[in-house]
Design a protein around this ligand. Structure first.
Ligand code: AMP
Ligand code: MG
Length: 326
């Protein structure tokens, strides 16, 4: 059994092609840029900004604080997080516009419109497949079906509690926001910087990227490439450049997986059947108007596969997908 380290994802998955061409196209002085990289939320965070490096360092601190704040509330592993309290059977009351209500609300909405391909209650299935450590053996069929009995997004209740608050419970189920929370954290960071009047930067948390402003003087949009999962081909550019405010997320089977009897099993589960996704896709990237949407939809499309995934996305304005086959 092997779980690939999360830390590899951000650095290896993406390559902002704009990095290689930061100067003005008329040959004038290049735009100064600063880049930072640090561990956050079990993966690698990256921040890149044009302009004064001291200001960029202060902006990076805003991003890091936003990530810490989201982690404290939504982590599966921190005992006092809202998610841990829900998973211990508590009913939790939180602000309706806060982190937990926003992310769980959008996770449930995505679960419903995807017919359960995206499901924030996959946790117990992750465990029986050894995707949370341990494991190393195929779970017997009866274990899969018994576990499926405790999986289902409809068990999670999110109801208004008045005065701008909501009440959330997850009776008999377990919440796992691994497929969506990083994207939300990126949005929080980008929005805080934008509200403070900052511009011309990129935030990346484990392959969940959002841009704001321009990558360099004289360039309006961001050219981002996705690493070829097999390593056989050069990074492939996304179907289009990102405009200011847009996001892209990639889900794949190649960097986080468990190996059982020599076969690799993806860390993305098909909750409809209780097994890791095993289709012809190596990765899916989704461009969307927000990083939370890109994150949730890239996980969804990886489960749905190319054809159903493309149909799902066609109904969502501002979203574009790129599939890389195995
Ligand atoms: P991502 O890398 O964003 O595609 O998310 C993968 C993570 O989301 C996994 O590590 C699990 O924590 C969680 N997850 C796995 N399968 C699903 C699913 N079908 N729906 C929602 N979350 C999932
Ligand atoms: Mg995701």
């Amino acid at each position: 059994m092997r779980l690939a380290p999360m830390a590899a994802i951000a650095v290896l998955t993406f390559c902002a092609v704009s990095c290689g061409k930061r100067g003005r196209e008329d040959g004038a002085a290049p735009t100064p840029r600063a880049g930072f990289s640090w561990p956050a939320m079990g993966t690698v965070a990256e921040f890149e900004a044009a302009g004064d490096p001291a200001m960029a360092a202060r902006m990076r601190n805003v991003v890091a604080d936003a990530f810490t704040e989201v982690e404290e509330e939504l982590s599966l592993f921190l005992t006092n997080s809202v998610v841990s309290r829900l998973n211990h059977g508590e009913t939790v009351e939180v602000p309706e516009n806060g982190h937990a209500a926003t992310v769980i609300g959008f996770a449930l909405e995505t679960a419903e419109v995807s017919g359960g391909a995206f499901d924030p209650t996959v946790g117990p299935l992750m465990r029986i497949w050894g995707l949370r450590g341990g494991g190393g053996a195929l779970p017997p069929l009866n274990v899969i079906s018994n576990t499926l009995a405790s999986v289902g997004w409809w068990r999670v209740r999110l109801v208004p509690a008045g005065q701008g608050r909501v009440r959330i419970s997850a009776r008999g189920a377990e919440i796992d926001l691994g497929g969506i929370a990083k994207g939300y954290a990126v949005d929080l960071a980008v929005n805080r910087l934008a509200e403070a009047g900052r511009t011309d930067f990129l935030v990346n948390l484990g392959g969940n990227i959002r841009v704001h402003g321009a990558p360099a003087t004289g360039r309006a949009d961001w050219n981002i490439a996705v690493r070829d999962p097999s390593g056989r081909r050069p990074p492939s550019p996304l179907p289009r450049h990102l405009r200011s405010g847009e996001a892209v997320a990639t889900s794949g089977s190649y960097e986080r997986f468990v190996e059982i009897n020599g076969k690799r099993f993806s860390h993305i589960i098909d909750p409809r059947i209780g097994t890791p996704v095993d289709n012809d896709l190596a990765s899916v990237s989704v461009i969307a108007p927000s990083a939370m949407m890109a994150d949730a939809y890239s996980t969804t499309l990886f489960v749905l596969g190319g054809k159903a995934g493309a149909a799902f996305l066609a109904a969502r304005p501002g979203c574009t997908a790129a599939f890389i086959k195995r």
